[in-house]
Design a protein around this ligand. Structure first.
Ligand SMILES: Nc1ncnc2c1ncn2[C@@H]1O[C@H](COP(=O)(O)OP(=O)(O)OP(=O)(O)O)[C@@H](O)[C@H]1O
Ligand SMILES: [Mg+2]
Length: 357
């Protein structure tokens, strides 16, 4: 039930009208039933005075309240149209109406500051995006330029290796060169994927299988090390909408980082579990950990503390996860280990599904 809305002018006029009526009543009483001419005169003057005062009050009220209200309405309309330089003049008044004016002016000033801040941030973001796009184009161009001669070199090395006698000490050198070529190729692939991302091809499928596949590959990588990789899948997890190839890559990047962070014997645990509307993939290791001052940097492209790292692994992982509308969280204790949590919504937001179909 809505309360009855009474216009402020009516509210202001009601008491005045009441006084006015009293005045008129006195006036009529005086003229009709009072016989004493002296009192008669007094009442006549009093009644007339009351009427005059009420009329004057009405005029003053209209001036004091109506004008600021009209101005306020006009300025609100201007703010609504986007003019944030609008301010009301009655803010200098030393009463409630003045308070209202000052609050209004302050609110508009805050809106103006917020808008300027948003515009400034937008400009910075735009220029950053432009820089990144240029950098991306440069990187992909360069990667392609390097890949072709590299394939040629790899072919030549292959032939040389084949022709070498089995006992030749040069075989070790050829093997090393092959390894280095594979490493350069790996860097170029990462670079190309970072600079020219493919939109995810999202399908509803079993997340346990995707993760398990990455765990199996990581176990192969860690064969020569005393590292145990444990996998705990989520029982009864509904199918999760994801690009299995890309999520597989995220997992592999996290697992390789964990393997590389462990010196000597250690353990990596990979868990999949439901987390509200999302599925969580948790990768924890007993590696060297990440100092708190490095934590804000680890997702930045090209940030690496490794001699042969590109620093693209985590930035790529985060981009993929964000394209899935998920997020990656990390906690780490130096000397104890790190824990990466990947949260993927089980279903894409409805708006995106509508856009696709
Ligand atoms: N599990 C982890 N334990 C300790 N440090 C980590 C871990 N994961 C990431 N880091 C730190 O974050 C940095 C960035 O990781 P990222 O995967 O992006 O690059 P990288 O591993 O150095 O190189 P790349 O993955 O491209 O070969 C690493 O160099 C390392 O210092
Ligand atoms: Mg890495």
């Amino acid at each position: 039930m809505g309360a009855v809305r009474i216009h402020w002018q009516i509210k202001a006029v009601l008491p005045i009208a009441f006084v006015l009526l009293n005045g008129l009543l006195l006036f009529m009483l005086a003229t009709v039933s009072w016989r004493d001419p002296e009192r008669h005169m007094v009442l006549l003057v009093a009644g007339g005075g009351a009427v005059a005062i009420c009329a004057a009050l009405l005029v003053v009220l209209a001036f004091l309240i109506q004008r600021p209200m009209v101005e306020l309405q006009e300025k609100i309309a201007r703010v609504g149209e986007g003019d944030l330089n609008a301010s009301v003049r009655f803010a200098r008044r030393n009463d409630e109406i003045g308070d209202l004016g000052r609050n209004f002016n302050r609110m508009v000033a805050q809106l103006r500051e917020s808008r300027e801040e948003i515009q400034r941030l937008h400009r910075t973001q735009m220029s950053r995006a432009e820089h990144l796009a240029t950098l991306g184009e440069l990187a992909t161009g360069l990667a392609h330029e390097i890949r072709n001669p590299l394939a040629g070199i790899a072919g030549v090395i292959e032939i040389i290796g084949r022709d070498l006698p089995a006992t030749s000490p040069a075989r070790a050198v050829v093997k090393e060169v092959r390894h280095e070529i594979a490493q350069i190729n790996h860097i170029l692939t990462d670079l190309l994927q970072t600079a020219r991302p493919h939109p995810p091809e999202i399908r509803r499928s079993n997340l346990n299988t995707t993760v398990e596949h990455a765990v199996m590959l990581a176990r192969q990588q860690a064969l020569s090390k005393p590292i145990q990789i444990e996998f705990r899948k989520a029982e009864a997890l509904p199918e999760v909408e994801h690009d299995s190839g890309q999520v597989h890559q995220v997992l592999l990047n996290l697992l390789l980082n964990s393997i590389q962070a462990i010196e000597g014997p250690g353990k990596i645990t990979v868990e999949v579990e439901p987390h509200g509307e999302s599925a969580a993939i948790i990768v924890s290791d007993t590696g060297r950990g990440i100092p708190p001052e490095h934590l804000p940097n680890i997702f930045r492209p090209f940030y690496t503390t490794k001699g042969n790292g590109t620093g693209l692994g985590l930035s790529l992982a985060r981009r993929i996860v964000e394209e899935h509308h998920g997020r990656i969280e990390v906690t780490s204790v130096v000397g104890k280990g790190s824990k990466f949590v990947v949260l993927l919504p089980m279903q894409r937001p409805a708006a995106e599904m509508a856009a696709v179909s």
